[in-house]
Design a protein around this ligand. Sequence first.
Ligand code: HEC
Length: 590
Amino acid sequence: MRPKRSGRFRALLAGGLALALVGAAGWFLFARPKNVAPQYYVTRPRGSVTFNKNIAPIVFENCGGCHRPGEAGPFNLLTYVDVSKRAKQIAEVTKSRLMPPWLPEDGHEEFLDKRRLSVEQIGLINQWAAEGAPEGNAADLPPLPKWTEGWQLGPPDLVVTMPESYSLPADGVDVYRNFIIPVPTTEKRFVWAVELRPSSKAVHHAFIRIDPTRESRRLDEKDPGPGFGGMTKPPTADTPAGHFLGWQPGRGPARAPDGLAWTLPAGADVVLLMHMQPRGKREMIRPSIGFYFTETPPTNTPTKISIFTYDIDIPAGATNYTIEQTFSLPVDVDLLSILPHCHYLGRRLEGFAMMPDQSRKTLLVIPDWDFNWQSDYRYEKPVYLPKGTQVGLRFSYDNSTNNVRNPNQPPTRVKYGLQTTNEMGELHLQILAHHPEEQPQLEEALNQYALKDIVTLNQHRLRENRNDTEALVEIAKAKLMLGDAANAVRLLQRLLAGQPGNTEAHYTLGIALMDRSNYREAEAQFLETLTLDPENYRARNNAGICSLRLGKLDDAAAHFQEALRLHPGDTIAEANLRLAVQARRGQSGK
Ligand code: HEC
């Protein structure tokens, strides 16, 4: 890395010199390229580097935010005694760039809230530690910064707290759990910032998701204790339109860029996924979330490109297993932030953009991935990417004993999967259409891409297990939504020939047949669904729609009434029932 960066520095200077020589822009010579810090440390006279003069300003500014009471760091770094007794360790963790925690490499697009010491600062800490950590003159000691205690943006407009605490065992494996926190709002609100107070240092990262339905509550009820386990995202819970809402220690509030507040539906649930690491004593975990609202509706809504790969099969011992995957931009976009994701075997993670003119732009490089410090990164300035750019991920994995984070010792073959002992490869990009009028076109393309991705994922599941009928049904659903009802019908009929008792397949086949206006056969499929699952109000509703289409108005009304009995207040069934009753009146009036 070093030679590359100083090389670039020279090239820029040479460019400036050439310009200066033709007299076009002499200032360029003196403007130091912003990304390029000095590349080596010039040792100071022996004994001249002291805590009070040189080290305290660095540590207060870059470490104290987390290493102080009530914050994430495991000990305080606020006084000479705190810091000098750990001088050696601090020299090591700053030199290896373990601390302050910040994964992206320098020298590419700049990120906001960057946490990174300069070569100069690391050099000073190392010289000071090597020379016995002298304290220096009391008069040189700067005051401690004034940190904001508690909520970082002042009192939130609404604070919600987990209804009951979760008891995290003293030891054992890491825990991944989703907790439901109801949000007592009676109308939709626009959120410009949200902050998580995790209540415990055991929480290592978290994702805030919003579920406008009651599905996540149902998953919670099936699982004893608060919340429900697993790293998988409940299907109805999602991060709001293109925002990430991730949290790690020291992260502070998640703020939406100007004009891009997000909408919190009335009475929704927060689904908080937390990664917790037991810390030697039982802990009661009860996080709170603070919302900051605005009356100003968003002027624009960002969206997300999610690039996935399922083709991951890493042999035991492989040191540089690499995957690559791209997506072609359908319109000009502005990239706002980026979130890479994989598990413990990830080593070097790169996000890139291959421009239409074949030049390559680096969007993000994480040279030494650390699952525990995963995060999203917001660009200082949006990155413009023209239509036709291939955005993509290129990740490499180390499944050998060289990888100290490898959860399998000795290493074993690792394939794609959601558990932390499996691997993943994902890159999410938060984007806006560069021309706002093209936003719908962008969303339509992303929707198609997501549906094709569902097909790919489930084809992968089928390769792993030929009898995975759920995967087949998912493929049929996605094909249906992609406008290929004929193919969906064929797939489902073949499945049902071998497995006539598959409720979901009957139901989906009914929908596909309805899509092809074949109401007679569709009705038969919904009735078959109801024989297998009499409480299925959706099948009841759709059977009613088929009856309506076939002119069997009494049957239709009876189906809708039954659907409403099974699912009181269902607005679709109510509207349909009104239609059926009106149609009946029209008929008897004739
Ligand atoms: C964003 C919050 C944050 C910042 C900023 C931060 N730390 Fe830490 N630090 C932590 C946490 C949390 C841990 C506990 C270990 C872990 O979870 O990775 C830790 C652990 C450490 C450790 C113990 C490492 C080990 O191997 O056990 C040292 C030493 C340390 N930090 C020093 C520093 C120094 C020096 C700075 C500033 C240059 C700094 N930290 C900045 C959060 C932070």
